[in-house]
Design a protein around this ligand. Structure first.
Ligand code: ATP
Ligand code: MG
Length: 256
């Protein structure tokens, strides 16, 4: 186990926003956080990271050495900063960097290259960050997180500006990292329920009006009455609606 929330209540100025959260983040797990706009997902993230004090309860790391990396919903990186994407990713390796020897070590250069490749960002590595499209910026930021040696990564809507193919590739890559030798723990906020259903081991559904948070495997969460109440049956990705074939559609089930 890397991190644990015990009866954690989050909110601003001492006012609770969500019911208490009890959960453990373990190595090798992929947890998606879902909920409607303004439901408190980013607030929970900020509390996990210590950027916001809990209203009550606590967040505990199992060891001081557990390292986390975070990509906020809107990046704080100054878009006017004239850095190349590869330099931005290099910042993810700053641990151990010093002014007397300000050049990247060979191992670091290799890690940066691999992170850029993993994030599908090699092609933009030499372009100034400020000139990238929003989806390309998200790829560069993802590469920066992958270049760190974090035990778990928290990503707040990391694929919101990506095209559908890039989004799936990103989630696929993150999922591979959870199952590979690194056993990364991934916690990701996403509004794409289909993608969350496909890649997550666990889903956390948060909602201000629900009596309790809902945590479980995708099927459990998407069938839960609290989720259904907020999203309705049409948005449940584990029971996709059967779309009747269009008239004359040769690919319809009656073809052939
Ligand atoms: N600094 C703040 N002080 C008080 N309330 C805040 C503050 N920041 C956000 N809020 C409020 O907290 C609520 C939850 O916000 P939060 O950003 O956590 O939602 P979210 O689930 O991440 O939404 P989205 O899907 O739109 O990103 C919102 O009603 C928001 O207005
Ligand atoms: Mg948010």
């Amino acid at each position: 186990m890397l991190l644990c929330c015990e009866d954690l209540v989050v909110g601003y100025n001492g006012k609770p926003m969500l019911p208490g959260i009890n959960l453990q983040i373990r190595r090798g797990t992929f947890l998606s956080v879902i909920g409607r706009n303004g439901s408190g997902k980013s607030t929970w993230f900020k509390t996990l990271l210590g950027m916001l004090p809990p209203v009550s309860g606590c967040v505990e790391r199992t060891s001081e050495r557990v390292k986390s990396a975070y990509v906020p919903q809107t990046s704080g990186i100054d878009a006017l900063l004239p850095v190349r994407s590869s330099e931005l990713v290099q910042w993810g390796r700053l641990n151990g960097w010093n002014f007397l020897w300000p050049f990247a070590k060979k191992q670091d250069r290799h890690t940066v290259r691999a992170a850029l490749e993993s994030a599908g960002a090699t092609i933009i590595a030499n372009r100034p960050y400020r000139d990238l499209s929003e989806g390309q910026k998200q790829r560069a930021l993802l590469a920066r997180v992958l270049a760190t040696e974090a035990d778990f990564v928290l990503l707040d809507e990391p694929t919101a500006s990506m095209d559908a193919v890039a989004e799936r590739e990103t989630m696929q890559r993150l999922s591979e990292l959870t199952k590979g030798p690194r056993k990364l723990a991934v916690v990701v906020v996403s509004h794409d329920l289909e993608v969350a259903a496909e890649f997550s081991d666990q889903i956390l559904f948060v909602d201000k009006d629900a009596p309790a948070i809902v945590l479980g495997d995708p099927k459990t969460v998407f069938c839960h009455p609290a989720f259904r109440h907020k999203y309705g049956d049409d948005y449940c990705p584990v029971h996709p609606r059967a779309h009747p074939p269009l008239p004359g559609n040769p690919l319809g089930p009656t073809a052939g």
